[in-house]
Design a protein around this ligand. Structure first.
Ligand code: C2E
Ligand code: MG
Ligand code: MG
Ligand code: MG
Length: 275
C-alpha cells in the first residue's frame, strides 16, 4: 500500500514537473520575443542631491510588459534571462536605450543627467561588453561619464577577468558603481584594486537606520569609507524623512527611494519631475 501511495505521489509530482517545465519553456520563448515585440520598458528612478534636493541622475530599471502575462518585475525574469543567455540582447537593449535618453534629455532639458544601468554577472563577463558600450557612446555622441554602470560585488568576484573589464570601462570614461554595497562578498581589496567611482548603500541598511543602531553604524561607516577614498555615495531605498535627516547629517551625497519618487516612465518624468 505504501508503495502504491508513493507511486501515485511520484506521478503527481511528475505531471507537476512537466507543466512547470513547459511553463518555463514558454516563458523563455516569450521572453525571447519580448524585444522585437517592444514589450521591454525602462522606468527611471531619480537620484537626488540630498543637500539641494535637485535631481542629479536616474537609475534605469527594466520591466517586461508582456501581452499575455501583464507587467513583470525584473526579479521575476532577469534570473531566467541570465540562465538562458537572453541577458545579453536584453542588456544590450538597455545600454542603447540609456545612451539614447542621455542624448535626448540633454537636448530637451538643456542640462545633463547621468543614467545608471544595471549589469548582471553574466553580462559583465561577456567578452563584448566594453566594445558594445563604446559603440553606443559613439553612436549617440554622449559624454561617457553620464553613463553609469552598476555592478554588484558578486559579479566582481573572479578577479582575473574583472580587472581588465573594469579597466576597459574606465578607459571609456563611464562612471562605475558598486550596487547593493555591503550585501555581497565585500572585500575592501576591491576598493583598492578596482577603479570604482560610486558606492550604493544597499536598502537593507537604509530601511531601518533611523531605528536600528547597527544599521546606522554600518551606513555611517560606508559613507566615511567613500569619503576617505574620494568616492561618491548614494543611499538606496529611502522611504522616510527621518532617513533623509540622518543621511544628510552623515554627509551622504545622494539619495534614491520612494520618499523622493518611485521608478517612473519617461512620460511621467517629463510631466511630473522635470516640467
Ligand atoms: P537594484 O538595482 O538594487 O534596484 C533597486 C530596486 O529597489 C528596484 O527594484 C527599485 O524599484 C527598488 N526601490 C527603489 N526605491 C525603493 C524604496 O524606497 N523602497 C523599496 N522597498 N524599494 C525601492 P526593481 O525595479 O524591482 O529591480 C530589482 C532588481 O532587478 C534591481 O535591483 C536590479 O538588480 C535588477 N534590475 C533592474 N533592472 C535591470 C536591468 O536593466 N538589467 C539587469 N541586469 N538587472 C536589472
Ligand atoms: Mg541598481
Ligand atoms: Mg541596489
Ligand atoms: Mg538590489
Amino acid at each position: 500500500r505504501v508503495k502504491e501511495k508513493g507511486k501515485a505521489h511520484f506521478q503527481f509530482y511528475r505531471s507537476e514537473m512537466n507543466s512547470l517545465i513547459s511553463n518555463l519553456v514558454s516563458l523563455e520563448t516569450r521572453l525571447r520575443k519580448a524585444i522585437e515585440r517592444k514589450e521591454l520598458i525602462l522606468h527611471y528612478q531619480p537620484q537626488v542631491d540630498l543637500k539641494t534636493g535637485n535631481i542629479e541622475s536616474f537609475e534605469a530599471l527594466i520591466r517586461w510588459d508582456s501581452k499575455e502575462l501583464g507587467l513583470i518585475s525584473p526579479g521575476d525574469f532577469i534570473p531566467l534571462a541570465e540562465d538562458t543567455g537572453l541577458i545579453i540582447p536584453i542588456g544590450n537593449w538597455v545600454i542603447e536605450q540609456a545612451c539614447k535618453k542621455i542624448k535626448e534629455w540633454g537636448i530637451q532639458f538643456q542640462r545633463d543627467f547621468r543614467i545608471a544601468i544595471n549589469i548582471s554577472p553574466k553580462q559583465f563577463h561577456q567578452p563584448n561588453l566594453v566594445k558594445t558600450i563604446k559603440k553606443c557612446i559613439k553612436k549617440y555622441h554622449i559624454t561617457p561619464s553620464l553613463l553609469e554602470i552598476e555592478i554588484t560585488e558578486g559579479a566582481m568576484q573572479d578577479t582575473s577577468e574583472t580587472i581588465p573589464i573594469l579597466k576597459g570601462l574606465k578607459e571609456l570614461g563611464v562612471t562605475i558603481s558598486i550596487d547593493d554595497f555591503g550585501t555581497g562578498y565585500s572585500s575592501l581589496n576591491y576598493l583598492k584594486q578596482f577603479p570604482i567611482d560610486v558606492l550604493k548603500i544597499d536598502q537593507s541598511f537604509v530601511s531601518d537606520l533611523h531605528i536600528n543602531a547597527k544599521d546606522a553604524a554600518i551606513t555611517t561607516t560606508i559613507i566615511h569609507l567613500a569619503d576617505s577614498l574620494g568616492l561618491e555615495v548614494v543611499a538606496e531605498g529611502i522611504e522616510k524623512k527621518e532617513q533623509v535627516e540622518f543621511l544628510l547629517k552623515a554627509n551622504c551625497h545622494k539619495g534614491q527611494g520612494y520618499y523622493f519618487s518611485r521608478p517612473v516612465s519617461e512620460k511621467e518624468i517629463k510631466e511630473k519631475l522635470l516640467y
